[in-house]
Design a protein around this ligand. Structure first.
Ligand code: FES
Length: 108
């Protein structure tokens, strides 16, 4: 599927994300090196660091998974949280996400 990722410098990247590799949005960002090593995915995708926080720009156009309690808890104490914040590591790449647009939250 195609994802649009706006990096922390405001640059837009349209990338291909496979639905059959068990990847999540954080891992896609890392795979395409859209954020410097060590600034995203610090907890390894355990919903424990918020380094993968992103803002979902077009949440009304794609079907996002519900937040799980771990994600909710982490976002309740993270910095720079907005109404459309999600943890990239908790969004698994599925066909329903075709066209998803996310912006990486500032490093904190
Ligand atoms: Fe740590 Fe997502 S990688 S919360």
């Amino acid at each position: 599927i195609k994802l649009t990722i706006i990096d922390r410098d405001g640059e837009t990247h349209i990338v291909d994300a496979p639905t059959d590799m068990g990847m999540n949005v954080m891992e896609v960002v890392r795979a395409y090196e859209l954020a410097p090593e060590g600034t995203i995915g610090i907890c390894g995708g355990m919903a424990m660091c918020a380094s993968c926080q992103c803002y979902v720009i077009n949440g009304d156009e794609v079907e996002l998974p519900e937040m799980n309690p771990d994600e909710e808890a982490m976002l309740s104490e993270a910095f720079n949280v907005k109404d459309n914040s999600r943890l990239g590591c908790q969004i698994h790449i599925e066909p329903s996400l075709e066209g998803l647009v996310v912006q990486l939250a500032p490093e904190s």
